[in-house]
Design a protein around this ligand. Structure first.
Ligand SMILES: [Zn+2]
Length: 236
């Protein structure tokens, strides 16, 4: 998407970096706008088409892996418990569908964001005599990278959410009700409430009262949260 769009935008300028005239089509600003519109339409359609497929295959892979190897914290438990992913419970199917739908919506928003960003820069370059093509080219590359990083982060985030949801569901099936919140640092903006709740016990069915909006949430439920949990096994 980004290379294709960048090439299209840069074709508005000649080899020396000067704006081409586009006299026959009503000027360069109009030419730029129509290029951006066309590219945006093309890529929106493409993302609509592949988003569902991509997200679904990603989560499917996750499920296969989660079947083969649970996280180290949870693994000992599941040596005892039979997990049949093929026979998903209705709740698990719901979790799966929700994860897919959320991921699809997020990924579909990427082209709009990207084009919103580059449109401003393209128009500024055209209308400001002092702006340079080099700078535009650099910015386009930067926005492209941001888009890819975002797509990647969304995929990872959804995978994490689905994984944690499945773990909770499997534990519930195994009769385990409590977990210990494990705050995972490493993110640029760690949530202080999550950090403070590190090591504390919470109800696996309810979550912990550390949500951004003050409500109950599960580890990794909030956007880009990487927290996880350790199940509490009580031997009676
Ligand atoms: Zn967190």
């Amino acid at each position: 998407m980004t290379k294709d769009s960048r090439d299209a935008v840069l074709s508005l300028f000649d080899d020396t970096g000067r704006r081409k005239d586009f006299l026959e089509t009503g000027g360069i600003a109009q030419a730029a706008q129509s290029i951006l519109d066309i590219k945006k339409g093309q890529w929106n359609a493409f993302f609509d088409m592949v988003a569902r497929e991509k997200v679904q295959s990603l989560i499917n892979r996750l499920l296969r892996e989660s079947k083969a190897s649970c996280t180290s914290a949870v693994k000992p438990l599941f040596d005892e418990v039979t997990i049949k992913m093929d026979a998903m419970t209705p709740q698990m199917k719901e979790i799966f569908q929700a994860s897919v739908n959320q991921g699809v919506d997020l990924i579909k928003s990427i082209p709009s964001q990207y084009f919103e960003r580059i449109s401003g820069d393209v128009m500024r370059t055209i209308t400001t005599p002092t702006s340079s093509l080099k700078e535009l080219s650099r910015n386009l590359a930067k926005y492209g990278e941001m888009s890819y990083r975002r797509a990647n982060n969304i995929a990872l985030d959804q995978t994490r959410k689905a994984y944690q949801s499945f773990n909770r569901q499997m534990l519930d099936n195994a009769g385990i009700q409590k977990g210990i919140w494990v705050h995972t640092g490493g993110t640029v903006h760690p949530r202080h409430k999550h950090k403070a709740f590190n090591g504390k016990e919470f109800d696996l069915a309810k979550g912990a009262p550390v949500g951004d909006d003050g409500g109950y949430v599960f580890p990794s439920q909030e956007p880009f949260c990487r927290c996880t949990f350790i199940p509490i096994v009580k031997f009676s």
